[in-house]
Design a protein around this ligand. Structure first.
Ligand code: ZN
Length: 280
């Protein structure tokens, strides 16, 4: 299933994509794409609904972030060997963990606001993992049963704030609108192999990132198990699993986003996003 949230900012309703690609409204059936709905039982319940009987959502309606009530937005850094190389960093011995604040979350096609004074706003297409079943000390062999599904994430990053302003990376990662999620959340049964998905990102039509989740260093089951040693994972948590090469910081000379530019990005089977960059 492809589940989504549609409507104005802060008032999103749940929806589902039907077999013809039409968005249908689910608000008569569930309150949100969040919490218990993301459990195996909750998702199984949705498969019993006659999708074609649901009201159609007008074409062109705004899509919100594809998961609601995200409790934690956890990111993995330097998780593609070739991306680590372009940034001049070593592949870490253990996963690098950092946070995006949940206030950064926005719809897949919402404007991305370049923060005031920013000179180094950058892009990162990433595979997002949505937790469906919570847990602590999760075994790697059991990890995928805790995953509800996947979505596209743009881990928008301000490199000066991230790397030159002292402290952790979080300063440059969690600015408002730095976390587009969607267009939809795809349940894990629809993705045969999350470690074999093509992913790409363009700015104003120029392709910068062209990768595959095949080159991920620490793979999804390992990341879920690893994170659960340091925190309990909860339904609706989103893990953004790192980016392949081709970020702006990795260009020679470096390239950063300017107001008026447009990012387009996508992952095989998970859909596409498009964001216009605007001044904050
Ligand atoms: Zn990232």
């Amino acid at each position: 299933m492809k589940l989504l949230r549609h409507g104005p900012k802060g008032q999103e309703k749940p929806g589902i994509v039907d077999a013809n690609g039409t968005v249908r409204d689910l608000s008569g059936k569930i309150d949100d794409i969040a919490g218990d709905v993301l459990s195996d039982a909750g998702l199984a319940q949705l498969t019993t609904i006659d999708i074609d009987s649901l009201p159609e959502v007008a074409a062109g309606a705004r899509l919100g972030p594809c998961v609601g009530r995200v409790g934690k937005f956890i990111c993995i850094g330097l998780n593609y060997s070739d991306h680590a190389a372009e940034t001049g960093a070593e592949v870490p011995a253990e996963p690098v963990i950092f946070n995006k604040w949940t206030s950064a979350i926005c719809g897949p096609n919402d404007d991305v606001e370049i923060p005031r004074g920013s000179q180094k706003t950058d892009w990162e297409v990433e595979l997002g993992v949505v937790i469906g079943k919570g847990g602590r000390y999760i075994e790697e062999a059991d990890a995928m049963s805790h995953v509800a599904g996947f979505c596209v994430v743009n881990d928008v990053s301000e490199r000066e704030y991230q790397l030159e302003r002292s402290g952790t990376w979080d300063k440059g990662k969690g600015c408002d609108t730095f976390g587009p999620l969607g267009p939809w959340f795809v349940t894990r049964d629809e993705i045969d192999d999350p470690q074999n998905l093509d992913m790409w990102l363009e700015v104003d039509g120029k392709r910068y990132q062209n990768g595959s989740t095949q080159t991920m260093v620490f793979q999804v089951p390992h990341l879920v198990a690893y994170l659960s040693r340091f925190m309990s994972l909860q339904p609706g948590d989103v893990i953004s699993t790192g980016t392949p090469p081709g970020v702006g910081m990795g260009q020679n000379p470096k390239v950063f986003l300017k107001p008026g530019q447009t990012m387009r990005l996508g992952i095989e089977g998970l859909g596409e996003q498009q964001q216009r960059c605007v001044e904050s």
